[in-house]
Design a protein around this ligand. Structure first.
Ligand code: 6PG
Length: 471
């Protein structure tokens, strides 16, 4: 008969769950895990040899070995499995126990689960966890939302396991109900945007600049030491220099150009549409994953619509690389600005009462979108807690103005040479549209009134107007 009770439990011992639990145990908490897959339980017991961590095979044993109130985290695939695991747990738990869903669940599901579990007096935290397997093991960024008293009870564990930036843990209580999963979803939307922007910069350097993989890797390394410093630039430099085990070349050239997706980017675009917040750079990144999936169609279309100007010279000097760096920096700022703007509106519309400075703060370390820029973003939101869109702040408006010229010329070059820059162009066009005091949407209003009597307002007097057009 075993007497030691464990401080923290994990259901789902795949790579993420196992690594997260080992991280919990590293920090001095007694950590217990379970999984329906026997091999995963065995892997935890092997990797955790000599640590205060253990894997057990049944949920009954798992629950009986946790100290009360029980703290049970789920790292299982989002969707129906989460409901199934919760249903299995419910008869075994006591009132006041805590369930933490650490997967990428849709926020509507999290709202439903939060309400359902509240009725049963089980405290629920829908929690975003970012940083991949390495982050889970060494320190992720953690975004818990839901029952505040549950946060108080798990705070010590989560603050200890989270990544640290200057000693500051990358976790904070995000807010009520589904706010933690909503914020993680927007994190992923920004992640989609940044990834596609880097991909487009790579394409430009390769096809316009004529650079090879090793030179691009070195350039990305150099960028990573400057203002573009970020996890995604860092890993892109590594990806570019990786040799292929199966051929003589670089691995990047052997990877099929079709990107998959699990849905969080698309959900970001969907909610942004619902709330009326423009996030075209995120939308474009989702669209590019969609277009990439039509590989065969693209192959056929490439024959019907060949590139028009094939004799353009390469721009191999440093000036072009510098222009691409400026265009990328500009587009990164716009991509974060769109995500933060969405959070600002969602905070009000969905009653999340988000602390945007706090969110920028916990994204500075551990997560996939961590970047030097996030400290600037944090300061912008700290300086003004009513701030919606950061492009107008003094600091960002100066940075954007400084890069405007380059982003315009890089996109012009790309379009002359038939290189798609959906994401970068959308960032630039978003900027161009927002800085236009007058847009041609007077024409749209005229058309709406023409065919549907939908009325319009005027620039020179108050009121609502309708015209019998053409009469
Ligand atoms: C993270 C990642 C993580 C996961 C994405 C991948 O923050 O650690 O975002 O959650 O890798 O869900 O998403 P796609 O499969 O949609 O690209």
């Amino acid at each position: 008969m075993e007497h030691q009770l464990y401080d923290f439990g994990m259901i789902g011992l795949g790579t993420m769950g196992r690594n997260f639990l080992l991280n919990v145990a590293d920090d001095g908490f007694a950590a217990l895990g379970t999984d329906i897959n026997e091999a995963s339980v065995k892997a935890l017991n092997e990797e955790g040899e000599g640590m205060r961590v253990r894997g057990v095979h049944t949920q009954e044993e798992f629950v009986s070995l946790l100290s009360k109130p029980r703290k049970v985290m789920l790292l299982v695939p989002a969707g129906k499995i989460v409901d199934k695991v919760i249903e299995g747990l419910l008869p075994l738990l006591d009132e006041g126990d805590i369930i933490i869903d650490g997967g990428n669940s849709h926020y509507d599901d999290t709202n439903r689960r939060y309400e359902y579990l509240k009725e049963k007096n089980i405290r629920f935290l829908g929690t975003g966890v970012s940083g991949g397997a390495e982050g889970a093991r060494r320190g992720p960024s953690i975004m818990p939302g839901g029952d505040r008293s549950a946060w108080n009870d798990v705070r010590a564990v989560l603050e200890t396991v989270a990544a640290k930036v200057n000693g500051d843990p990358c976790v904070t209580y995000i807010g009520e109900s589904s706010s933690g999963h909503y914020v993680k979803m927007v994190h992923n939307g920004i992640e989609y945007g940044l990834m596609q922007l880097i991909a487009e910069a790579y394409d430009l350097l390769k096809r316009v600049g004529g650079m090879d993989n090793d030179s691009m890797s070195a350039l990305f390394d150099q960028w990573n030491k400057g203002r573009l410093n970020s996890y995604l630039i860092e890993i892109s430099a590594d990806i570019l220099k990786q040799r292929d085990d199966l051929t003589d070349g670089h691995l990047i050239d052997a990877i099929l150009d079709k990107a998959k997706q699990k849905g969080t980017g698309k959900w970001t675009s969907q909610t942004a549409m619902d709330l009326g917040v423009p996030v075209p750079t995120i939308d474009s990144a989702v669209t590019m994953r969609g277009i990439s999936a039509f590989k065969q169609f693209r192959g056929e279309a490439a024959k019907v619509f060949p590139v028009l100007h094939t004799d353009e010279p390469r721009l191999s000097g440093t000036a072009f690389a510098e222009a691409v760096e400026e265009a990328l920096y500009f587009s990164f700022i716009i991509c974060y600005a769109q995500g933060m703007h969405l959070l600002a509106e969602a905070s009000e519309e969905l009653n999340y009462d988000l602390d945007l400075e706090g969110i920028a703060r916990i994204w500075r370390g551990g997560c996939i979108i961590r970047a030097e820029l996030l400290e600037k973003i944090r300061l912008a939101y700290r300086g003004d807690d009513q701030l919606r869109n950061m492009i107008m702040t003094e600091q960002f408006s100066t940075l954007l103005n400084d890069c405007r010229e380059s982003v315009g010329s890089v996109i012009r070059l790309a379009s002359e040479r038939g290189i798609p820059t959906m994401c970068m162009s959308s960032a630039f066009q978003y900027f161009e549209a927002f800085r236009s005091a007058r847009l041609p949407l007077n024409m749209v209003q005229g058309q709406r009134d023409y065919f549907g009597s939908h009325t319009y307002e005027r620039v020179d007097r108050e009121g609502i107007f309708h015209t019998e057009w053409g009469k």
